[in-house]
Design a protein around this ligand. Structure first.
Ligand code: 13P
Length: 343
């Protein structure tokens, strides 16, 4: 990395979490996007995926709350119906274009129920190509499941090492790595178990990033919140989740990191906003890093429900997306409240 590009990526990383904004993750793989479309009776074609992503990107005013958008390999090559490339459309709306660069979580050999994310082979070349196309940051997601005897040390190490190697390659290419180690919500484990596993995973990730020479000032961490398993009988309050999450991050995330942008992981839009809000309302003035969002489902879901593939519902779907983005902008300032959801 030259010192000029080092400065550039530090300032891009700061911009991604600056201005009380957050990221819009719209990088679902073709398979995941098709599944979500199928559930709602939307045709699973390249054109309907393009039309949906155009709807998201052209939402009026979205750049007020969204600093950057995460595209995928299909969408970074697509255009608005007027011929403008999506990358340009994002930049024109004041949003930094980024790209998901992993190729998915695959079964980890010898570890039933566990996965390791692939995509390091040829990554240097792909990062160069994406950078030429206009991407300024990149994302890689590792997944860690909690279960009986899970996660294994082998799974944590394999994913942490892959995340660190990806992050180092991104910085070499002048792109900000958005490092996403996701501890999944599936299961009946309690919140404390999620807290312990999340802390262990984050410590492993930062240890590996140190070993690979990743510049912490020039990256964004995209973690899960510390929450009870989806089928756990005890569901803690919003404030308890906020306390557990911030406490865990304070113990495991170095102060040099400019920002933490949470994934939503299956929480509803309202719950994700309320939890992010509680963290900022209770701790913001005492934290070394910004606490932001990088949601996919928790920000897109209402828009997708309204759109259902119908062109005459685009404007209503865009209003729903704008609303969720605005709620999350308020949550960044600790000013979100349930009254904002009144229809
Ligand atoms: P969710 O917010 O739906 O968890 O998605 C975030 C993401 O980018 C997953 O990689």
């Amino acid at each position: 990395m030259t010192s000029k590009s080092a400065e550039d990526i530090v300032s891009t990383a700061r911009a991604l979490v600056g201005g009380d904004k957050g990221l819009l993750a719209m990088d679902e793989s073709t398979g995941t996007c098709n599944k979500r479309f199928a559930r709602r009776g939307i045709p699973q074609t390249e054109e309907s995926r393009r039309a949906y992503r155009e709807l998201l990107l052209t939402t009026p005013g979205l750049g007020e709350f969204i600093s950057g958008v995460i595209l995928c390999d299909e969408t970074i090559r697509q255009r608005r119906s007027d011929g403008v490339m999506f990358v340009q459309a994002a930049a024109d709306a004041g949003m930094i274009p980024g790209i998901k660069v992993d190729v998915g979580a695959k079964d980890l050999a010898g570890r039933p129920g566990e996965k390791v994310t692939e995509g390091l082979d040829g990554l240097r070349v792909r990062l160069g190509d994406y950078s030429k196309m206009g991407a300024r940051f990149a994302k890689w997601r590792g997944v860690i499941a909690i279960g009986e005897g899970l996660p294994s040390g082998g799974c944590i190490d394999a994913n942490a090492q892959a995340l660190a190697r990806y992050a180092a390659l991104c910085q070499e290419a002048g792109l900000v790595p958005v490092v996403e180690p996701e501890v999944l919500m599936d299961g009946d484990h309690g919140m404390d178990r999620c807290r312990k596993v999340t802390e262990e995973v984050l410590r492993a990730v930062f240890e590996q990033m140190y070993r690979q020479g990743v510049v912490l000032d020039a990256m964004i961490l995209k973690p899960n919140m510390v929450v009870p398993g989806l089928s756990c009988g005890t569901q803690e309050s919003v404030d308890e989740v906020a306390d557990a999450t911030v406490g865990c991050l304070l113990r495991a995330v170095p102060a040099a990191v400019p920002g933490v942008a949470f994934l939503s992981g299956g929480q509803s839009g309202e719950v994700a906003s309320a939890r992010l809000n509680a963290m900022n309302a209770r701790f913001r003035s005492r934290l070394p890093w910004a606490l932001a969002f990088s949601f996919a489902r928790a920000i897109q879901q209402p828009a997708l429900e309204i759109w259902r593939g119908e062109s005459d519902r685009v404007a209503a779907a865009q209003r729903a997306l704008y609303h969720r983005a605005k709620c999350n902008g308020a949550a960044r300032r600790g000013e979100y409240n349930a009254g904002m959801e009144a229809k």
